[in-house]
Design a protein around this ligand. Structure first.
Ligand SMILES: [Fe+2]
Ligand SMILES: [Fe+2]
Length: 349
């Protein structure tokens, strides 16, 4: 069956392959080349990092999500012009708290979810509305421009329009318009509150230090439904090792983790991996996804807390292979206790 020039089989294959789209419509290589830099970047150490999963449920029904994408042009459609079903939207958002070696604590948000009504509910449940209002949350870090991580911007700005926002410099014009206040009727994406605070853009392939022991790297790649680039976090936790924290990991697990090993001080001692890994985002694990999971063994992570677009079938495989998977409570809409879900918290350090 053809869906706007792309067969459904290709589409599903693409979604499972990290959702990356080459400009010509083919597949990105799983490993991206970064310019060789002499030595390894030392971004210091922190005492601990605490992550509270505000919501990892990006969408309710993966097959419905694929159908909506297919009906609006398939994987190469522009996400701002896809006829998304608001009833199928949730949002991805995490609260991160870094403790420095001196014991100072810093909070920031990783992503701002999708459906504003839903985000309002989860912000209230987790006290994020209050933390934003009283400026406890220092900035909003957007991993990438995807609908489920960014379209819920209004809910954050409602409580603090002056908040500093950090985005990958690879954002499209629509993303900038959205920050200024815009409505995309077809996509049902609306932000009525212009952002008034500082906007920081992180360029690809550079290591940006957010705090001692906390760094960000932007990976430049084309991603499904015309998004470009994803930035991910690294924490160097004293006496534990390196903690990798992602939004969706569209750059692929090997690209992300190999970067840490090759380019970051502390990267030879990997401790934990948290977040969406985009292995089986909408259903069963295919052969390629299974291979990615198997190859993760070589990193020897001590803790794996992978939710969101990792997919429950991929987490099941990790459990089967005896990986140290951190379980959750399957509350507030998270469908399995196999992974850390909505309202669950983990401390590394
Ligand atoms: Fe996502
Ligand atoms: Fe994504």
């Amino acid at each position: 069956m053809k869906e706007n020039g792309t067969t459904r089989r290709d589409f599903l294959k693409l979604m499972a392959a990290g959702g990356t789209v080459a400009a010509a419509g083919g597949f990105m290589s799983r490993t991206m080349a970064f310019a060789e830099t002499p030595g390894k970047e030392d971004f210091g150490q922190c005492r601990s990092v605490k992550i509270r999963c505000i919501s990892e449920v990006g969408w309710i029904d993966g097959q419905k999500l694929l159908k909506d994408m297919g009906a609006s042009g398939g994987p190469k459609a522009n996400q701002w012009r896809v006829n998304w079903d608001p009833k199928n939207s949730g949002g991805c958002c995490n609260l991160i708290e870094v403790e420095t070696l001196e014991g100072k604590k810093h909070k920031f948000l990783l992503d701002t979810g999708w459906n504003n009504k839903y985000m309002e509910k989860v912000y209230k449940r987790e006290g994020i509305d209050r933390m934003l209002k009283n400026k406890e949350i220092e900035f909003l870090y957007i991993s990438h421009e995807h609908f489920d991580h960014f379209f819920g911007l209004e809910t954050t700005l409602k409580y603090n329009p002056d908040i500093k926002i950090i985005i990958p410099s690879t954002f499209y014009d629509e993303g900038y318009h959205f920050l200024e206040g815009a409505e995309f009727m077809k996509a049902k994406a609306r932000n009525r509150i212009p952002h008034r605070g500082e906007l920081v853009k992180y360029e690809p392939a550079k290591v940006y230090k957010l705090y001692p022991g906390c760094a960000s790297v932007t990976f430049d790649l084309p991603i499904v439904v015309r998004v470009r680039g994803e930035q991910s976090l690294f924490f160097n936790v004293k006496d534990k090792g390196l903690v990798c924290v992602t939004g969706c990991c569209h750059q692929s697990v090997p690209t992300y983790v190999d970067f840490a090993q090759k380019k970051l001080a502390g990267g030879d001692n990997l401790y934990a991996l948290y977040g969406g890994l985009h292995i089986a985002p909408v259903g069963p694990l295919n052969a390629e996804g299974e291979q990615v999971v198997k190859e993760m063994a070589k990193y020897n992570f001590k803790k794996l807390a992978c939710n969101h677009c990792t997919g429950v079938s991929a987490v099941q495989k990790m459990v089967e292979l005896g990986y140290p998977v951190v379980k959750g409570t399957a509350r507030y809409g998270s469908t399995s206790n196999l992974y850390l879900g909505n309202g669950d918290e983990i401390v590394f350090g």
